[in-house]
Design a protein around this ligand. Structure first.
Ligand code: AMP
Ligand code: ZN
Length: 490
């Protein structure tokens, strides 16, 4: 199974057969959040996509070391070493220590990931916990001749690097083209070249987050942390590096340059990038003002939201689009996903009480093959889900006595549904906690008990009437050998 996996590699812009560097093992690195504010739903899309990828690699039998970092230092507002430090700025605003900001938003991020049923990574290293490694790396890049120091700040020399290695490889751009699209240097700039970027930054007198280095007190540039931490935990060359598409042009391009300049090796075999979550076609971001938070989504407390949506409904919504396509948020799409998720879950419940027959009218092996083919084709979740819906349709047809299935196929179907729905897609049964749902649950238990008594008195006309009246209100009663069960028809 695992031998057939094909992954779209951003570096080569083609789908490639996945062949890990070490048989049976995968090293996976994903750029984690910058913990200076709450993660919005767009950030979540990227992390949930990689959770799916991690889950499927595990399901395929690989031993995966999944490293997802926490950026807790060194991220300036601008991508090109300009603007304030995000942590220092937020700390002033909230009147907290920068590390209080880090703690607050790291905990918040973990809560959100738990809500979405995302598995924790194997290692979650922080930038502040790896300052020594970053300094060592910068020293090595300087000694290899690809970086220079000016007044306590160290810059990477892009033009020198590009003489030997194609700097714009990840986005398929030539250096001249990149230079032409970058702001000209002013008299104040310390950099030698327009594309040069900081590896280590001299601290301003008022800054709290600071560390000693061979170049004086300062803090690491944003990109160096990922190069240092990925090579520390996964080696100088590892299998998969991921992140959102917006990281391709600068952060990941610079990561490749740093690692190559330091270790004389290309750091990554397969680069994977997730596409953006958009709202009415505009990328979700804090600055665009359309970045609602998962908490707001769950409660519905945001002007863009018609109602609250459950975490599993939202996860299912994300899974219905391939990770490399944009996903546009809309209330209609989310409501349709909620229904789809409920339908899938209801069929898994129905599957528990399905009656076996001598022969199957559907080919369950074919559906199983289709599910694996979809996932092995660059994690194609929309096609996987279409096949799971086909399985649901069969389950319901058998339950309505329109089709038949063998006992052996019931076992295969249970395995298939459980593995793909729970283990791979990462969905789980959601017990609703709203007061009205709990009340309905209680009322239905009372009604089913009354109906049981009516049936015990052999008043079948009354028990059928009760069932039919409930059905007119979309509550479907089904009598099984273990008693009556009810579901809501969507
Ligand atoms: P940040 O915390 O800003 O470093 O971002 C964390 C991750 O979220 C990165 O991998 C970004 O590429 C990703 N990201 C940011 N905005 C979006 C979006 N609208 N849709 C999908 N991913 C996003
Ligand atoms: Zn990174």
């Amino acid at each position: 199974m695992k031998n057939h996996l094909v992954i779209y590699n951003t570096l080569t812009r083609t789908k490639e057969k996945f062949e890990p560097l070490n048989e049976g093992m995968v090293g996976l690195y994903v750029c984690g959040p910058t913990v200076y504010s709450d993660v919005h739903l767009g950030n979540c899309r990227t992390f949930i996509s990689f959770d799916l990828i991690y889950r499927y690699l595990l399901h395929s039998g690989f031993k995966v070391r999944y490293v997802r970092n926490i950026t807790d230092a060194g991220h300036l507002e601008g991508d090109r070493d300009e603007g304030d430090d995000k942590f220092e700025k937020k700390a002033k605003l909230e009147q907290l220590e920068p590390m209080e900001i880090v703690q607050k938003y790291t905990l918040g991020f973990h809560d959100v990931m738990r809500e979405f049923n995302a598995l924790p990574p194997s290692i979650e290293p922080t930038a502040t916990g790896h300052i020594c490694e970053q300094i060592e790396m910068v020293k090595q890049i300087i000694s290899n001749g690809y970086a220079y120091e000016v007044n306590g700040t160290v810059y990477f020399d892009v033009e020198k690097y590009n003489k030997e290695f194609p700097y714009g490889q990840l986005t398929n751009r030539q250096l001249d083209d990149l230079i032409a699209n970058t702001r000209e240097l002013s008299g104040q700039d310390e950099k030698r070249g327009r594309l040069d970027f900081a590896l280590w930054i001299k601290v301003k007198p008022e800054q709290i987050m600071r560390w000693p280095s061979p170049w004086g007190w300062g803090f690491p540039g944003w990109h160096i942390e990922c190069s240092a931490m990925s090579s520390k935990y996964l080696g100088d060359t590892f299998d998969i590096h991921g992140g959102g598409m917006d990281l391709q042009a600068t952060h990941h391009t610079n990561e490749i340059a740093q690692s190559q300049a330091c270790n004389h090796k290309a750091p990554v075999k397969y680069w994977m990038h997730t596409n953006m979550l958009t709202v009415n076609g505009v990328r979700m971001s804090k600055t665009a003002g359309n970045g609602f938070l998962p908490g707001e989504l769950f409660t519905g407390d945001h002007p863009l939201l018609e109602k609250g949506y459950s975490p599993m409904g939202v996860r299912f919504f994300m899974m219905q689009t391939h990770y490399r396509s944009t996903l546009d948020f809309s209330n209609e799409a989310l409501q349709a996903s909620e229904k789809g998720y409920a339908r899938l879950m209801a069929s898994i419940k129905t599957l528990e009480n399905l009656k076996a027959s001598a022969r199957s009218t559907s080919d369950i092996k074919e559906i199983e093959k289709n599910c694996y083919d979809a996932m092995n084709d660059d994690f194609n979740t929309p096609i996987l889900i279409a096949n799971l819906f086909e399985a649901s349709r069969i389950i319901n047809s058998v339950n309505d006595n329109k089709e038949t299935i063998t006992g052996e196929d019931i076992i295969s179907l249970k395995k298939l549904m459980h593995e793909f729905v729970f283990d791979v897609l990462g969905l789980k049964t959601e017990t609703s906690n709203t007061a009205s749902d709990k009340a309905l649950q209680g009322v239905m238990e009372i009604i089913l008990e009354i109906r049981k008594e009516i049936k015990a008195r052999k008043d079948f006309a009354a028990s059928d009437k009760l069932r039919d009246d409930l059905s007119k209100n979309n509550i479907i009663i089904k009598d099984t050998k273990d008693g009556s069960v009810w579901t809501i028809q969507e």
